[in-house]
Write a protein that binds this ligand. Structure first.
Ligand code: HAM
Length: 405
């Protein structure tokens, strides 16, 4: 028979990692809800056009990485590769522009990209995502960056580098791309084959090239940051001013390229040295033209997403287990009812459920890190697992008192 395995690039989350993922989600909920971000969920699949228009036709995500399929009615659907486009689709569909602005929402769940799997890169992965839609106030950009930094801090991801830039408006960007293209064409002979072949699609990629010739051409290349319109430059200065005031360190990186087309103005990315080649913990930016692109009224927005698997990789191994309060040795109705009572009082309680001998059960209590073991036999004995003391109890009620329930 064929050996069944999880599909390539997917992950089974086994204990104790399942708990750690819940902890990250709880941290995100705590940090984000205090800042007014409310939970929102969108479907795991959408009309393919949401991403084609939202993320952008020219991106790797749309061109190569989407899990796209047809439903029985022949509609093209796609497993979501990211959250922002779907959330903006929902904002438009539910007339959320009528709510007090900005609409602040956050979400977490699985995302899908058909990438070559490697350490920290999966075909199904999990993101925490936050968006503030309906205002272009620079305090939102700065707020989201600070909230993301706080999530990383509390998740224990360790030191990280924040890269920050601004892309201006689509118009500025188009003019700049034309200028950059002209510059690159003039020195085409010095560029790598790969960069040359993609000049018309995405000349910005040249900034990322490993090729020495290309790198030396890029040293003198014009930078988008130097071409920002005054409004956009002011907006960026305000974002930076707020981050400075909050004492968060960052590097201005005018070559910061994000893999999604919808960005305008602020873009940012956090990286960790603890991760290998896939160093990005999370990132995001402003997308002031996206909602209009998806068919809504012109509406600004800004947001971030962070990979839960990457946060856990950077944070390192978890404590294997927390231990339990009470292990009840000896099967039967009394054991069953006692663990129920203990759980009802908020205690972590387990009983024997695999037919072990008494000796095996005491070993199991040890493995589980039980604080107390209750032995139900001819009588009732309560063992303090820290001191090793063992004392008889007259009734199950007395047991509850002895273990502090
Ligand atoms: P992104 O940079 O494509 O942004 O993804 C955000 C984070 O998701 C990455 O930094 C990484 O931690 C994680 N991630 C992405 N792809 C993978 C993968 N194949 N395997 C494991 N982790 C991965 C976005 O998705 C934007 N929607 C962020 C945003 C929200 N911008 C505005 N609002």
């Amino acid at each position: 028979m064929k050996k069944l395995q999880a599909p390539r690039g997917t992950l089974d989350v086994l204990p104790p990692n399942g708990r750690r993922r819940l902890e990250i989600v709880a941290i995100a909920d705590d940090v984000l809800s205090r800042a007014g971000y409310q939970p929102l969920e969108t479907p795991v699949f959408e009309d393919t056009e949401v991403f084609a228009r939202g993320v952008g036709e020219s991106t790797d995500i749309v061109q190569k990485e989407m899990f796209t399929f047809e439903d029985k009615a022949g509609r093209s659907l796609t497993l979501r590769p990211e959250a922002t486009a779907g959330i903006c689709r929902a904002y438009i569909e539910h007339g959320m522009h009528k709510l007090p602005q900005p609409v602040k929402v956050w979400s977490h769940g699985p995302f899908f990209r058909h990438e070559a799997p490697q350490a920290g890169r999966f075909r199904q992965f999990t993101q925490v995502d936050a968006e503030a839609i309906g205002s272009d106030d620079p305090s939102l950009d700065a707020e989201l960056i600070l909230l993301l930094d706080e999530i990383f801090e509390r998740a224990g991801t360790g030191p990280r580098r924040l890269r920050l830039s601004s892309l201006g408006t689509p118009r500025t960007r188009a003019d700049y791309i034309e200028e950059l293209n002209g510059y690159l064409r003039a020195r085409e002979g010095e560029l790598s084959e790969e960069v040359r072949s993609r000049l018309d699609q995405n000349p910005l990629r040249a900034f990322d090239a490993d090729h020495a010739g290309t790198q030396s051409v890029m040293k003198d290349a014009p930078l988008l940051l130097d071409r920002l319109a005054p409004d956009d430059a002011d907006h960026f200065a305000e974002v930076r001013g707020l981050l400075d005031a909050a004492g968060l360190e960052y590097e201005i990186d005018p070559t910061l390229v994000r893999g999604l087309d919808y960005y305008t103005r602020t873009v940012f990315e956090f990286e960790s040295e603890r991760l290998g080649a896939q160093a990005a913990l999370g990132g995001g930016g402003r997308y002031d033209a996206l909602i209009e692109e998806l068919g809504g009224q012109p509406t600004p927005g800004v947001g971030f997403a962070a990979g839960i698997e990457r946060m856990l990789l950077a944070a390192g191994e978890a404590d294997a287990h927390r231990g339990i309060d009470v292990f009840v040795a000896g099967a039967g109705h009394d054991a069953f009812l006692l663990v129920g009572q203990l759980r009802g009082k908020g205690m972590r309680a387990q009983m024997e459920q695999a037919g072990r001998s008494l000796k095996g059960q005491l070993k199991q209590a040890d493995r589980l890190g039980a604080r107390w073991t209750v032995i139900l036999g001819d009588g009732i004995e309560v063992k303090d697992m820290e001191s090793g003391d063992q004392r008889p109890a007259a009734s199950l009620d007395e047991v509850l008192g002895m273990v502090g329930a």
